[in-house]
Design a binder for this molecule. Structure first.
Ligand code: BGC
Length: 294
């Protein structure tokens, strides 16, 4: 049986920057200082894939790559990425990045990946029950776990609240572009979004991630929020996406190839977890499932 990979290049594709670093998958730590390139404009799949290739080149990386995308990802295909470019819809991003880098590539939604990282190494470590990660950055991302297992692609940032998308009301980018005071943003907007989601899912723990979870920012607004669930900031901060991307690579990319058998993942083909192109060909590998507790 193939053993899981030990290191992967984790790349977090965001609305404003594409950042990456090699990740040690046992410790969940970055093995080098992360390298960031501003997201190209327009952020077409090809332009972003070239940026990913530049990051791989920066680290002289030839091994597996895990990549996060701020959009709905299923079986390596992006179905919607509203903060990037409309041309992403329907793009087989794993295949595209594999072509540009020559590396095996696994992809997943950015918040789901950050959630996996927090559940495995950070604020959600060992937490049972319903755990919700909400990221406040360019948009609002979400990752929902039950007893450490991910329900992928929840996209709570796209919930309609009072006729508006949750992320158009309360993303951290909205606070910046509208120059809102912390109080007005947190009490007036973030609270409304969290109330709505809490009413629907009654999580036991809510982890706030994304750019807004930076310690200096959290200090401004964390205490202004009131929740029934325990509320904490992400422990891995802005590196959660990169570390999570590494976990995704580990889960989807087997380390060794043997002849004669189909490549396997332990994800059912119907899962929403974004099993990718890299599973073309043959392998004996059994990859891990998307459980933060495995
Ligand atoms: C996207 C999500 C993503 C979130 C945070 C939203 O606009 O639809 O997929 O997780 O932004 O980047």
């Amino acid at each position: 049986m193939a053993k899981p990979i030990k290191k992967a290049l984790g790349i977090d594709i965001g609305g404003s920057g594409v950042k990456g670093a090699p990740v040690h998958l046992k410790r969940g730590e970055l093995l080098a200082e992360r390298f960031r390139i501003p997201t190209p404009r327009p952020a077409t799949p090809k332009a972003v894939a070239n940026t990913v290739a530049e990051i791989a080149k920066h680290f002289r990386w030839k091994g597996p790559i895990g990549c996060t995308v701020p959009g709905l990802v299923r079986d390596g295909v992006v179905e919607m990425a509203s903060n990037l470019d409309p041309t992403w819809n329907g793009t087989h991003v794993a295949r595209l990045i594999k072509k540009k880098t020559g590396c095996k590539v696994a992809v997943m939604n950015d918040a789901d990946a950050a959630g996996l990282a927090e559940m495995k190494y950070g604020a959600g470590k060992g937490k049972k029950g319903v755990v919700l990660l909400l990221t406040f950055g360019t948009g609002i991302g979400s990752a929902l776990f039950l007893d450490g297992r991910l329900l992928p692609n929840t996209e709570f940032g796209h919930l309609q609240i009072g006729g508006q998308l949750a992320e158009d009301i309360a993303a951290h980018s909205v606070r910046e572009t509208q120059d809102l005071e912390w109080d007005a943003w947190a009490r007036g907007r973030v609270q409304e979004v969290i109330d709505h989601i809490e009413f629907l899912f009654s999580p036991d723990l809510i982890i706030i991630g994304g750019g807004a979870s930076r310690p200096d920012r959290w200090a401004e607004f964390g205490h202004l929020l009131h929740t029934r669930a325990k509320l904490v900031p992400a422990a891995l901060g802005n590196n959660a996406g990169i570390v999570g991307a590494g976990i995704v690579a580990r889960a989807q990319i087997p380390r060794k190839r043997k002849r004669g058998k189909k490549w396997l993942t332990n994800q059912p083909s119907s899962s929403l977890t974004g099993t990718t192109e890299l599973f073309e060909g043959e392998d004996d590998g059994k990859a891990e499932g998307f459980s933060a507790t495995s």
